[in-house]
Design a protein around this ligand. Sequence first.
Ligand SMILES: Nc1ncnc2c1ncn2[C@@H]1O[C@H](COP(=O)(O)OP(=O)(O)OP(=O)(O)O)[C@@H](O)[C@H]1O
Ligand SMILES: [Mg+2]
Length: 299
Amino acid sequence: MDHGFAASGFRDAAGYLAGVLSLAGLVKRFDGVAAVDGLSLRVERGQVFGLLGPNGAGKSTTIGMAMGLLRPDAGRVQIEGHGDPAEPTARRALGVAPQAEALYEDLTGMENLRFFARIQGVQDPTRAAGEALERVGLSPRGRDRVKTYSGGMRRRLNLAAAIVHRPPLLLLDEPTAGVDPQSRASLLELVRSLAQDGAAVLYTTHYMEEAAKLCDRVGIMDRGRLLDSGTVDELLHRHGTETLVFVQRNGHGEERVATRDPMTVVSQALQAGEVTGLRVERPDLETVFLALTGRSLRD
Ligand SMILES: Nc1ncnc2c1ncn2[C@@H]1O[C@H](COP(=O)(O)OP(=O)(O)OP(=O)(O)O)[C@@H](O)[C@H]1O
Ligand SMILES: [Mg+2]
C-alpha cells in the first residue's frame, strides 16, 4: 500500500536522500552526573534502531539531544541533509513521539493533529491530519475529545502527531509503554510500515521481546553507555552463546548456571538430587544484557 510517504517525504529540497541520523560521542550531565556518557550510533533510512535499556539508562536523554531539546555537553547530533537538529529544516525532518504524551485533552484527535500539522508548516493541515488519523486507525474516533480516549488510543494519537508532517526521521520514546498486547501489536506493525516506507526510526524500549521482534538493529544501553549494538543475531553470537540453567534445591535459593552444554548441567543437577525446580532459558537479549552488565534487564 502506498501511503505517499516514500514519494513525498524522503528527499530534501535539494534532492538529497534524507532519513539518516547520526549521534557521535554524546555526553549529557545533570548535576555533574553523566546521564548519557559518550554515546554514538547511526540510524539509516528504512531502519528501526532499538535502544534497549532499563529505567534510567539514558534513553530519553538521548532522544532529547537528538531532537535538539537538550544541548549535549559533548558530542554531535547530525541529521544528514539537514544539519543540526535545532535548525528549522532539520526540525521539519524530525517526528517525535515523546515518552510522556504531548496531547491536548480538551481537543479532539483531529484538532490535535491539525494543530501539529499547522505548527510544522504543512500545506493542507486538514488533509494531513485526516491521513495520519487513518494511518493509526483512529479515524472513527477523530471527532472525539482526547480525554475520552483509552491509553492505547492516546499512544496511537501521540504517534500520529509525530508523523503528521511525514518526516523522514522518527524519534519514538517508549511508544508502547503501558498499552495492552493488542494495541502493542498494531503499533509495532505501524512502526515497521513507516520504516518500510523509508523512514529512519530511533525507537527506545525496555521490552526485550519488542526490540527483538521489531528492530533491525538493537543497541544495549545501560548507565548512559551504549554497551554494544548490532542485529539481534550478531548480539546473540557475541554475548549470548550460553544457555542459562536455573536449579532450585531443597532449602536453597535458585542457582544459575550459564553453559554451552545445558543437557549435561541438567543431568548432573538431577543426579546430585534434591532438585525441586528446574528451568532452562535459551539465549535472548536478556542473556545479552546479563552478559554485558552482570545484571538482569527485568530488575
Ligand atoms: N532534567 C534532569 N535533571 C536531572 N537528572 C535527570 C534529568 N533528566 C534525566 N535525569 C537523570 O538521568 C538519568 C537518565 O534518565 P533518562 O530519563 O534519560 O532515562 P531513561 O532510559 O529514559 O529511563 P526510563 O526508562 O525510566 O524512561 C536518570 O538517572 C535520570 O534521573
Ligand atoms: Mg525514558
